[in-house]
Design a protein around this ligand. Structure first.
Ligand code: URA
Length: 225
């Protein structure tokens, strides 16, 4: 929300983006067409985190523009949101070859960029899409099927883990529910949390820190919604 700009943590996010756009810190730089920095509004109160750019995202330099992106936009619209009300980023900013999983050293090389995005936004609510984003934010090697259905508190935000839209497109059922229904439920939870946060006084911004990856210490798990 632009009115909250004064609360943000003094991160020179445009300079970090410019650095990311020419990054050569890992092997993925060699095969990319574009660095995929972010979509939507990096001053919003909601941050969605995916895994890694795919073919279309690499071509266009924008996260979630392929089939998974279309589903994501549809699910956002169902809860009254669009890309102007949320930022959408990935754990890693360059496409892995053949859409393979990101490797641990690639995630570490890319960590400062997501850390800077988190520090700049200080979002009220984070939706993690799939295993990689969920593990990054929860700092726990937990699988998404086990993690979802609860709300966690990390980095001053309520964290809502949900299935990755690409997994939802593959179908299946988890705990008696389709992944699309699970995402729908989780997005509704996120909207409830956004409304609750908007009504609550905001904590002051912490002093700017180097990208350490440290959590803010508020790691307790909240109750089920
Ligand atoms: N899947 C992701 O995780 N991110 C994208 O940007 C596209 C597909």
């Amino acid at each position: 929300m632009p009115g909250r700009a004064e609360d943000r943590a003094g991160v020179a996010i445009d300079a970090v983006r410019d650095e990311a756009l020419v990054c050569t810190k890992c092997r993925l730089a060699a095969g990319r067409t574009n660095v995929v920095w972010a979509a939507g509004n990096l001053d919003a109160d909601l941050l969605l985190i995916g895994e890694a750019p795919g073919f279309h995202e690499d071509r266009e330099g924008v996260p979630f523009v392929g089939a998974a992106g279309a589903l994501l936009d549809r699910m956002l619209a169902e809860v009254g949101l669009d890309r102007s009300r949320a930022a959408i980023v990935n754990v890693i900013k360059c496409r892995p070859p053949d859409n393979r999983d990101p490797q641990p050293d690639e995630i570490e090389a890319c960590r400062p960029y997501l850390e800077a995005q988190l520090a700049h936004m200080r979002p009220d609510v984070i939706i993690t899409l799939g295993n990689f984003a969920t593990r990054f934010i929860l700092e726990d090697q937990i699988g998404i099927t086990r993690a979802r259905g609860r709300v966690y508190r990390r980095r001053g935000a309520a964290v809502v883990p949900t299935f990755h839209p690409a997994a939802a497109l593959r179908g299946g059922r988890f705990g008696g529910m389709s992944p699309i229904d699970a995402i729908r439920l989780d997005f509704r939870t996120a909207v409830t949390l956004l409304r609750r946060a908007a009504a609550a006084p905001r904590e002051p911004a912490p002093a700017p820190v180097a990208s350490s990856g440290a959590s803010t210490g508020d790691g307790e798990q909240l109750g089920l919604f």
